[in-house]
Design a protein around this ligand. Sequence first.
Ligand SMILES: *Cc1c(COP(=O)(O)O)cnc(C)c1O
Length: 454
Amino acid sequence: MSPLPSVDAVLRLPDMALLVAEHGRSAVVDAVRSVLAMHRENRDKSRPQDAAIEAEVADLLSERAAPALRPVFNLTGTVLHTNLGRALLSEAAVEHAAMAMRQPCALEYDLETVGRGDRDTIIESILCELTGAEAATVVNNNAAAVLLVLAALAARREVVVSRGELVEIGGSFRIPDVMRSAQVKLVEVGTTNRTHARDYASAVGPKTAALMKVHASNYRVTGFTAAVSEAEVAAIAHGHGLPMITDLGAGSLIDMAALGLPKEPLVRDAIADGADVVTFSGDKLMGGPQAGLIVGRKDLIAKIRKHPLKRALRVSKITLAALEATLLAYRKPDLLVRDLPTLRLLSRQPDELRAVANRIQMPLAKALSADWTVSITDVSSQVGSGALPDEAIPSIALSVKPRAKTGKALGLLADRLRGLPKPVIGRIADGALLLDLRCLEDEAGFVAQLEHLA
Ligand SMILES: *Cc1c(COP(=O)(O)O)cnc(C)c1O
């Protein structure tokens, strides 16, 4: 076999100048070296053509330049899918975040007094307006918010929580572990299924720093149960001169039931019921960027803001910009369902989804071979991100089934859909691959890439 060309010889090939213009010289040289090294190892093969080497270098360069974070079609039926990035942001939020990335912005700069400002002021007044709270601050996510609140208000002291609320949220957020990280002693009261007001009252002692309620979002205790309401826990706390903390999780800013959706606690109600500090997520029902919102009493928020962890957990200007634009959308309540993708997707009606199904059923059936049937079926979507799994939202899916029963067929079909240029993620249930259409808005993009399925 004739020797392989040198790196320099490959770099002189006609297509290389274009690659250098696109990737820069050093990346191209690295790729050429990698390709030549690969051929040197495969000694048995004959010398590759120059054109083949060029093509391999080009492929390797595009592979190396491709981001790992890729857009997908979320047809799982779970609208706020944590593994697929939770809330989609409004166009206004995307634009405002882009502004903050492209241009200098008055992040911590008071344009009136020309003094140093606090980045919290960007969102504080609107958060107070939307929740009825006196003050507000924001950190990286709700897990961080709970950690910071506990560390700032209760370190080396005790916090009382019902045994029915010692929850684990997906992704290793567990209330007892967060308490330990904040150096707070957890005092459990009541039992798994029943907790009474007297349980809270008798747990209060000289070391108690606060009473806490955690919204047990992702599971429900049914049967012989008793829980103490927010207002009652607050009254007990206040009777002892203590603050009451509530971790709402998804915490909505509007009444979901008015949109025909499963009821979720409102942040405003928690404040009205007497909670002194409430934490909730920015990228769950609120429909904004990942963030942990903390609203409540002015003196407590001031203490929280002064804690050193606040600086460690603070949000970026990108997050703040997206958050501000999201909150501003709530000043136009009539347009929320149009403007916030999370609420828009959650409130799509089965009729609309059936029309989508009718339009794409044939293109999908054609793109798959005759070995498959594609039918339209009623399914249930979920809110996701800790909302109750049994509070289903009626939806429509395309159900793809193999004509012949073969064990692995569905898994292989799921692989093929995930292998598309923009991967399609469905779910397998009852012997079918279900593509829930609730979150499919780009029908044209979906249909256009079906040719790659063959
Ligand atoms: C989701 C959730 C959290 C965690 O919030 P992140 O924003 O994911 O960090 C904490 N507590 C409750 C009750 C939740 O539902």
